[in-house]
Design a protein around this ligand. Structure first.
Ligand code: SAM
Length: 225
């Protein structure tokens, strides 16, 4: 497949999977039309890069379904001046979308090889406002806080307190919260220093957020619920 064919698939993906399902934010739609998703998938999955489902990216992890990426991004309602934190870099695709919509993006990944691969793709695409960090993202990334937007792309048992603390007043946090196979995608708003509101967007199924304020890796493997 050549670039033109990928381009065609990408435009179709936005029209049929994203716009048709109700994502209306033009900046989000433009970013999804421009970022070449096939750069972020493994060579084996190249032909499926624009299909309507998540894909494996190695290390037991996934690149999320395009619609979910769009929906989570739209929920942050970014205007271009924000400092954003993503927890769970994975392939780097979500961070690349965010890079077009915010001023700076800090993204934290616990698996070093995935972080390194994402860094290489950003360099290839000339994306310079994404900073990739290796670590436990349930602790946030305090050095660059506060964040006007935080997006967590792995399933949490509860909202990690450090993320609530690092959210700016007026900022938004999008996170899947719940059990092993089913979570609610939640949108949190920090409306005052000590006041948060939250609502549920829709049911989702993500890989686990493992870490100090997430799931315990060993327990996650043992539990079958
Ligand atoms: N946003 C990614 C993308 O666009 O490809 C998809 C992320 S994948 C669904 C979830 C990622 O979260 C995995 O790469 C996983 O290693 C990572 N992860 C899980 N727990 C984490 C933690 N505590 N800190 C940072 N990353 C974590």
């Amino acid at each position: 497949m050549d670039d033109k064919e990928f381009e065609k698939l990408r435009q179709e993906m936005v029209a049929t999977q994203i716009e048709r399902r109700g994502v209306r934010n033009q900046r989000v739609l433009t970013a999804m039309r421009q970022i070449p998703r096939h750069f972020f998938v493994s060579p084996r999955e190249l032909e499926q890069a624009y299909e309507d489902h998540p894909l494996p990216i190695g290390e037991g992890q996934t690149i999320s379904q395009p619609y979910i990426v769009a929906l989570m991004t739209e929920a942050l309602d970014l205007h271009g001046n924000e400092n954003v934190l993503e927890v769970g870099t994975g392939s780097g695709y979500q961070a690349a979308i965010l890079s077009m919509l915010a001023k700076t993006v800090h993204t934290v990944e616990r698996i070093p090889s995935l972080a390194e691969r994402a860094r290489l793709v950003f360099a290839r695409l000339g994306i310079e406002n994404v900073h990739v960090h290796v670590g436990d993202g349930t602790l946030g990334w305090v050095d660059a806080a506060p964040y006007q937007g935080i997006l967590v792309t792995a399933a949490a048992p509860y909202v990690p307190q450090p993320l609530l603390d690092q959210l700016d007043i007026g900022g938004k946090l999008v996170i899947p919260v719940g059990a092993r196979y089913h979570q609610d995608l939640q949108l949190w708003r920090r409306v005052a220093a000590d006041q948060y509101h939250h609502e549920t967007i829709l049911p989702v199924a993500f890989v686990p957020l493992l870490g100090e304020h997430g799931w315990n890796e060993k327990k996650w493997q043992e539990i079958d619920f």
